[in-house]
Design a protein around this ligand. Sequence first.
Ligand SMILES: Cc1cc2nc3c(=O)[nH]c(=O)nc-3n(C[C@H](O)[C@H](O)[C@H](O)COP(=O)(O)OP(=O)(O)OC[C@H]3O[C@@H](n4cnc5c(N)ncnc54)[C@H](O)[C@@H]3O)c2cc1C
Length: 300
Amino acid sequence: MMVAKSRGLELSVILLGSGCSELAGELAYHADKVIVVNHPNLAEFNAEAYRKVLVSFIANRIPRLTLIGHTSCGLDLAPALAIELGIPLATDCIDLRLDGRSLIVTRQVYGGKLNIEGVLKEADNYVATIRPVTFKPGEPRTRPGEIISLEYPKDIKLGTRFIGFVEPPPGEVDITDAEVIVSVGRGIKEEKNISIAKKLAEALKGELGCSRPVVDKGWLPKERQVGSSGKTVKPKLYIASGISGSFQHMMGMKNSELIVAVNRDPKAPIFSIADYGVVDDLFMVLPALTKKISNLKGSE
Ligand SMILES: Cc1cc2nc3c(=O)[nH]c(=O)nc-3n(C[C@H](O)[C@H](O)[C@H](O)COP(=O)(O)OP(=O)(O)OC[C@H]3O[C@@H](n4cnc5c(N)ncnc54)[C@H](O)[C@@H]3O)c2cc1C
């Protein structure tokens, strides 16, 4: 909304789905136009269907800037859309502005420690994906924008179709129920060291969680992964040890009631959302905490 306003551009939202009229009504308070396409083929995300429908509507009048969420669906859709339209793409933007015929984007590098500004080559149109929860929602308009319903294009042929969701096999634990989670990241270094965090979790009657690299290495099962491609948790206490704090990880735990971060690097992004931060070696801090808690319990 801010980008559109600053350039005197119209802000339109394209809503693809099935039975999404109610949402269109809500969105109308945040955009000049809401273009809705309701069709059973769009009920579940299908990158091919979404791309073909979008292209059929915007190919003849490509918007100055097409913004898509940097989600797993957006990551599937945006690059293919940019290629089909033959226009530049910027991904995972946390800020952007139009300057003359250029798009200037801000992205994070080095695990969120640095922000860089990138200037895309001059073009009439761009596609960009925006990191979720980066912008605060704007104030709703006093009068709703226009809602336009469009027919699903009849000539679209699809090679892929949605069959159904595949439920993961029932796991050993459901960490989303845990009141205390002690999570380990790559800083734990070796599989055998996970027992150090496990002892602390047991002392606190909590569960073990982890970042994605720990699952990728096969040290803990996927059901313990916290983050955008793992579980979203909201325990009373979340201890992040040896976890840098990538936005994907933080998306899954930032709403925990109390966050304690243990990391040797004082600049680790996890400290930006921690209530308590310990800048030290987890191999000293975790056993010391376990001992202290066990002693306190022993004296109860
Ligand atoms: C599409 C996509 C989805 C993703 N989904 C997820 C997800 O759901 N969950 C997730 O976690 N990640 C996810 N990731 C990966 C994410 O981008 C990061 O790579 C990952 O979170 C980093 O994990 P980490 O913090 O354990 O490792 P690192 O970033 O390597 O951080 C390790 C940290 O340990 C610290 N450290 C090292 N030794 C010690 C020590 N002795 N004592 C204390 N601290 C120490 C270091 O200072 C460092 O900060 C995803 C990535 C993509 C592209």
